[in-house]
Write a protein that binds this ligand. Structure first.
Ligand SMILES: Cc1cc2nc3c(=O)[nH]c(=O)nc-3n(C[C@H](O)[C@H](O)[C@H](O)COP(=O)(O)O)c2cc1C
Length: 206
């Protein structure tokens, strides 16, 4: 009888989150570039892109509904986002800077992680979900480092609560109009490379 070796092919799940409301804008162009980099690795992948602006969910209502359970009681599109992020192996967030910070769409999603903050730090629930990799991409019209740092600190906080490592970041200042980023070859190249690096050497895939 011949030995039959079973080969397990693990599929790596990559969740790409667009924080900009402008489709085809600078953040989305870089997000797509990063996904091209992800795909270039030849790893078995499941890629999903989420456009926050197209989802219907409410900001945190501070209702205390999660205080005892660590679960959000609001039944809207965020329930799907919790699931998608939980199941992802890597999360890529790409966003513009709005008024020195993250757009409302991104901040609303993050605020809805208050339930997970409660679960982790108040209820001291043990983390059962595997750690994920996290790539942050930010664009802004100006070259204000303080704005990028501000957004970064919020994302770092969010990543920590959701068991996402802050694996890499890409900041592209001085892009404003839709398509401006296409003139920044360096940023486009970096987005591709960082997408690739985010999942390579993971020891998974084929
Ligand atoms: C509401 C709003 C607020 C903005 N605030 C800032 C800001 O504080 N600093 C900055 O450098 N750019 C700011 N911008 C410019 C965007 O960050 C910039 O145009 C970016 O490239 C847009 O990316 P997108 O095409 O992915 O939406 C703002 C744009 C909008 C629409």
């Amino acid at each position: 009888m011949r030995d039959r070796k079973s080969r397990i092919i693990l599929i790596m799940k990559v969740l790409a989150i667009l924080g900009s409301p402008r489709r085809g804008g600078n953040a989305e162009t870089l997000l797509d570039k990063a996904l091209e980099g992800v795909q270039s690795t030849g790893v078995s992948l499941e890629i999903e892109k989420v456009v926050l602006n197209e989802l219907k969910f409410s900001p945190c209502q501070e209702c205390g509904g999660c205080d005892k359970t660590g679960r959000c009681v609001l039944k809207d599109a965020m329930q799907d986002i919790y699931k998608k992020i939980d199941q992802a192996d890597a999360v890529i967030i790409s966003s513009p800077i709005f008024f020195g910070s993250l757009p409302a769409q991104v901040k609303a999603m993050i605020d809805r992680y208050q339930c997970r903050w409660v679960a982790k730090y108040i209820l001291e629930e043990k983390e059962i979900r595997p750690a994920k990799k996290g790539l942050l991409i930010l664009v802004e019209a100006s070259a204000r480092e303080s704005f990028l740092k501000n957004a970064q600190s919020i994302i770092k906080n969010f990543f920590a609560v959701s068991n996402i490592g802050f694996t890499a970041k890409l900041y592209c200042p001085q892009v404003d109009k839709r398509g401006d980023i296409l003139k920044d070859e360096d940023c486009l190249k970096r987005a591709f490379e960082l997408g690739k690096e985010t999942i390579k050497n993971d020891g998974r895939g084929q």
